[in-house]
Design a protein around this ligand. Sequence first.
Ligand SMILES: [Zn+2]
Length: 260
Amino acid sequence: MTFIDIHAHLEFFDDLNIRIKKAKKRNVKIILANGIDVETNRKVLAFAKEYPEVQACLGIYPVNALKLIKKEINSEIKFIKENKDKIIAIGEVGLDLKEAGVETLVTQKEILKKFVKLAKELDKPIFIHSRKAEKETVELLETLDYNKIIMHCFNGKLNLVEKGIHRGWFFSIPASVKFNEQFQEMIKIIPIEQLFCETDAPFLHPDKKFPNEPANVIESYNKIAEIKGIPIADVEKKIEENYRKLFLVKTTQQSLDKYL
Ligand SMILES: [Zn+2]
């Protein structure tokens, strides 16, 4: 069994080795750490170097990107390019209209376009945040010619989910699906071939506690098994297949064995 936490923020934990051990005990053997700014991007690279279970994803969270000038964003994009062989995806990037005002939308869109262009150039999947800007995000992505997209914690209307399904995008279901009906509804309509599971640790705990951690990703697998009416072993197998397909297409069998 290999469970995968496709999206987590590991810099939060000062007892990371214990959290990773706990995850491993529950067969959560792959954890994708997402950077959210210049500082965490470097931490993510260090975690990936230290722990074979951790895969690195680099990006700038939309609200953090607004604090940077153009030159700083471009220099971070350059840094990501220089480290392209150490990362598995771009993320976390996107649009946010909860913490940022609508007057920032034009700038946010420009920045997101840059990251999608980067993902396309590096041929890596991209993790998209879209809080309170789901419609704007989907509409923008539809104009960009790139579909290796993982919509993370998507909270938009189901007709927007359908647009993503149609384009071949992936959706990652957080462990908070245990109580969150929006994500339960999404599981009903998204084909298992387009699903991933995540914790977004330390956030979105399945029992509304804090902090959440990668070991809890199993709650997402459980809910998918329950709603789709299939054994959890099949969910695990399918999602592992999705992972191999989307992330490791170009790697050799040898490097694949290291992780699976
Ligand atoms: Zn996140």
